[in-house]
Design a protein around this ligand. Structure first.
Ligand code: NAD
Ligand code: AHE
Ligand code: ZN
Length: 375
């Protein structure tokens, strides 16, 4: 198959708001500095649903979604030295070229090399590798893992230990790594108090990692009462359901009261801008830091009284947890294999590829942390 197009199945989203359709697609061979990957498993992240639904201002259709995959390199284009056929890999929606202004700054994991074309749904040369019945399809987040074969830039993929089962390690392509990085990259969390808003895979990962680094108190907040046992299992010391507070009591005021002035660190893992505000305002005066991880819909904006910041609270955010994928993911996979980082626990649902839409429905049902699709 090397150098030739491959025919395989992919889940195509033809238009915003439509269900995915599993179709036969043609995947062109990788060009220079590109890698073609046989995807074996993929998670479904809330961000896939966000773009499918039409809430993503960057969304373009028809598209092959998916950004939490695991697979094996099938072939590589000219000039690729970082991975080789047979390598077990995780595609990276946050590339790492190690040469651009961002990568060299030492201040961010964002990379400038392929982000512009990635956002337009094409490869760095401006074209797509996917066609369906002769019609070109867009790539998504530089990964498009809802296809049995995908093509990514060589700066957007990392090889990992072959001993890691890809049907679980795929979750390190987004959810768990995002959560892990958002905590370990903030040095002060050991011995501090933390509140986590939203207990999906991302929020539970933040709870887990806060516990791992030694936070003194971890308050999990979710409107779904079913999340209490999950949060406790991942290390939360308290659980608060904001819908069960006394009439008129705001969640931020409640948290400030029970923590003697507020939290040292808070995290939004919901994507709801009102929750983001509550997370900021639940921070302690003088030093509290609130991190936005959730992704909000087009047109949504955050607000608070500037006085909240004047009096020493910090509002920040992170993408992929601030993690540089090519440099840091192999080590995180080792931590998983050594039992230091939980991954298996997050997989509550499995689906065959033909049932991928059911996997999206699972996500809304409330008892699903992650659904892994077997390709
Ligand atoms: P999820 O839907 O599985 O989890 C969200 C949780 O929030 C649910 O348990 C839900 O009950 C809870 N929730 C909803 N409204 C709430 C409220 N008002 N107060 C408290 N809890 C509430 O989603 P997920 O896959 O865990 O992703 C969470 C968010 O993170 C999404 O917005 C996703 O797009 C985003 N995300 C961002 C990054 C990044 O790099 N920044 C990476 C992955 C995911
Ligand atoms: N396209 C959206 C933004 C979506 C977004 O913020 N994505 C996160 C990753 S979410 C993974 O589940 C991210 O990495 N952002 C940084 C980046 O470069 O996209 C919009 O609002 O336009
Ligand atoms: Zn994601």
């Amino acid at each position: 198959t090397v150098g030739k197009p491959i025919k395989c199945k992919a889940a195509v989203c033809w238009a915003a708001g439509e269900e995915l359709k599993v179709e036969e697609v043609e995947v062109a061979p990788p060009k220079a500095n590109e890698v073609r990957i046989h995807i074996l498993h993929t998670g479904i992240c809330h961000t896939d649903e966000y773009t499918r639904s039409g809430k993503d201002p960057e969304g373009i259709f028809p598209v092959i979604l998916g950004h939490e995959g695991g697979g094996i390199v099938e072939s590589v284009g000219e000039g690729v030295t970082s991975v080789k056929p047979g390598d077990h890999v995780i595609p990276l929606y946050t590339a790492e070229c190690r040469e651009c202004k961002f990568c060299k700054s030492g201040k961010t994991n964002l990379c400038g090399k392929v982000r512009a074309t990635q956002g337009k749904g094409v490869m760095p040369d401006g074209t797509s590798r996917f066609t369906c019945n002769g019609k070109s399809l867009f790539h998504f987040m530089g990964t498009s893992t809802f296809s049995q074969y995908t093509v990514v830039a060589d700066v957007s993929v990392v090889a990992i230990n072959k001993e890691a089962p890809l049907n679980r390690a795929c979750l390190l392509g987004c959810g768990i790594t995002t959560a892990w990085g958002s905590v370990v990259k903030q040095p002060g969390i050991k011995g501090s108090s933390v509140a986590v808003f939203g207990c999906g895979a991302i929020g539970l990962g933040v709870v887990q990692t806060s516990s791992l680094v030694g936070a003194s108190r971890i308050i999990a907040v979710d409107t779904n009462p079913g999340k209490e046992s999950w949060a406790t299992k991942m290390g939360a010391t308290d659980f608060v359901n904001p819908t069960k507070l006394p009439e008129g009591k705001r969640i931020q005021d409640f948290l400030v009261e029970i923590t003697d002035g507020g939290l040292d660190y808070t995290f939004d893992c919901t994507g709801n801008v009102n929750v983001m505000r509550a997370a900021l305002e639940a921070c302690h005066k003088g030093w509290g830091v609130s991190t936005i991880i959730g992704v909000a819909a087009a047109g949504q904006e955050i607000s608070t009284r500037p006085f909240q910041l004047v009096t020493g609270r910090t509002w920040r955010g992170s993408a992929f947890g601030g993690v540089k994928g090519r440099t840091e993911l192999p080590g995180l996979v080792e931590d998983y294999l050594a039992g230091k980082v939980k991954v298996d626990e997050y997989v509550t649902h499995h689906r065959k590829f033909d049932e991928i839409n059911a996997g999206f429905h699972d996500m809304h049902a409330g008892d699903c942390i992650r659904c892994v699709v077997d390709m």
